[in-house]
Design a protein around this ligand. Structure first.
Ligand code: HEM
Length: 442
């Protein structure tokens, strides 16, 4: 963030200093924690003059308080249809429940998918997730080199989520390329326009898939979403599309990003590999710590619904407010040595999955995919080395990588097979066996 403080502007309701803080800037992309620490130290509830003006909450207690109070800090679409989650405002008018619906209405939407992402439901998916890990590693391990993002970190959550929904995992590239474009695209960039086109195409695909399931429900999660009954009526097709898009987009790059950071850390900390494989408890605390430290969703927006005072700053109704999850997760008042990665940190009340009513509904699945991916890498290519990696110089609100190249000694295929699987999934035997059939629609 540029050091210079700008003059107070009319947009600033009281005499709060105004900063040129921009979460889409190359400075933020390079070091989001450092950018926010400047604010935390000088003005914890800061006013930025960028993107039409917005507030930045970066301390743990402030972010927590705002996230837990959806009546005051709304995540629903604004009256003009723009997204409160995005600063600067944008939007295609497609509402994405449950996140873009405020309580109490959001509860009905959240209940559609919550049971199918519960710890129990995810436990039933663990073997299936392991098969995907093996599948993607089998494509790479004979070569002795792989690019992690395209080889495992992105395809794993994409295929698993598609499979869980009841969509064809063979189509994973179409989905993951669209999400990648959207996550890396900063406002006004050519990537954003491309990303929007790709999302429009995906919306049409989902419209067809959902339409087919409204005519003839199947035994899959997408049919449960397509035919869910909210307030006594079947949910509108547009809302079902928005919800499916959120579930897909919410879990792919986030899980991929945390896996990439973890692999880079593990390349430099080889002494913990054995323990992580052997000790499930350590793997669990390490998972939380990687999510805290990385905070894949660095920031997200809200809109103040009424005037309020926050740390002596007067926020006006309708103001945009940025919740800096990553600032909260590195707040020294909340975490001892917050910039250290302590794989045994416990308790670890991080905000990497958010907090309050909209706290991540996919957290159990995210953890399971992350653990399976990391364990697979440690077990199957134990001598991997990160030969180079590239983080985007510009990025939107995701803390990720575009490329992480690994080299390792070629190892055997899973199950002692002699041939690599077909990269187009033609030989993929199928979906999660024993996948939980969702409750009948209605
Ligand atoms: C490491 C991986 C993940 C991270 C870091 C993450 C992060 C988050 C965060 C920070 C929120 C809160 C957003 C807010 O309050 O504005 C959220 C909500 C959400 N996430 Fe995740 N997520 C991850 C994985 C997943 C997965 C795998 C899925 C789906 C299978 C998913 C689906 C959702 C949905 C649907 C919401 C909205 C929940 C609601 O409004 O009630 N996420 N996530």
């Amino acid at each position: 963030m540029p050091e210079a403080e700008a003059q107070n502007r009319d947009a600033s309701p009281v005499g709060s200093p105004t900063f040129a803080f921009d979460h889409h800037s190359p400075e933020f992309a390079q070091d989001p924690v450092d950018s926010l620490r400047v604010l935390q130290a000088r003005c914890p509830v800061a006013r930025s003059d960028q993107h039409g003006g917005f507030w930045v909450l970066s301390r743990y207690d402030d972010v927590k308080r705002a996230a837990a109070d959806p009546a005051l800090f709304s995540s629903a679409l604004r009256p003009d249809g723009s997204r409160t989650l995005h600063i600067p405002r944008d939007g295609d008018g497609v509402r994405r429940p449950p996140l873009e619906v405020d309580p109490p209405g959001f509860v009905a939407f959240r209940r559609i998918v919550e049971p199918m992402l519960s710890p129990r439901a995810v436990a039933a998916m663990v073997d299936g997730i392991g098969r995907y890990v093996d599948y993607f590693l089998d494509l790479q391990v004979p070569a002795g080199e792989m690019e992690l993002m395209k080889g495992l970190a992105t395809p794993l959550p994409t295929t698993v989520t598609l499979d869980w929904l009841g969509l064809d995992p063979k189509d994973w590239r179409t989905y993951s390329e669209a999400f990648e474009l959207m996550n890396l695209a900063v406002p006004g960039s050519p990537e954003l326009a491309l990303g929007r086109d790709a999302m429009r195409d995906l919306t049409e695909v989902l419209r067809e898939e959902i339409g087919a399931r409204r005519e003839q429900p199947r035994s899959d999660v997408l049919s449960a979403i397509a035919n869910a009954v909210v307030d006594g009526e079947r949910v509108a097709a547009e809302l079902a599309i928005g919800m499916t898009m959120l579930v897909l987009a919410g879990g792919v790059s986030t899980t991929a990003d945390v896996m990439a950071h973890a692999v880079i850390y593990l390349d430099q900390h080889r002494d913990v590999h054995g323990e992580l494989i052997e000790d499930d408890q350590l793997m669990r605390t390490a998972t939380e710590e990687f999510i805290r430290h990385v905070t894949p969703v660095t920031t997200i927006g809200r809109m103040a619904t009424e005037p309020c005072t926050f740390a002596s700053s007067a926020i006006a109704a309708g103001d945009s407010v940025l919740l800096a999850w990553i600032g909260a997760n590195h707040d020294p008042d909340a975490f001892e040595d917050p910039d250290e990665t302590d794989l045994r940190r416990w308790p670890n009340r991080h905000l990497g999955f958010g907090l309050g009513p909209h706290r991540c509904v996919g957290s159990n699945l995210a953890r399971a995919m992350f653990r399976a991916g990391v364990r697979g890498l440690l077990q199957r290519i134990p001598d991997f080395r990160v030969v180079d990696s590239e983080a985007p110089t510009d990025r939107s609100t995701h803390n990720g990588f575009v490329r992480v190249n690994l080299e390792f000694t070629p190892t055997a295929l899973s199950g002692g097979g002699g041939e690599r699987p077909d990269p187009q999934f033609q030989d993929w035997a199928g979906r999660f066996p024993g996948r939980q059939a969702p409750p009948p629609p209605g």
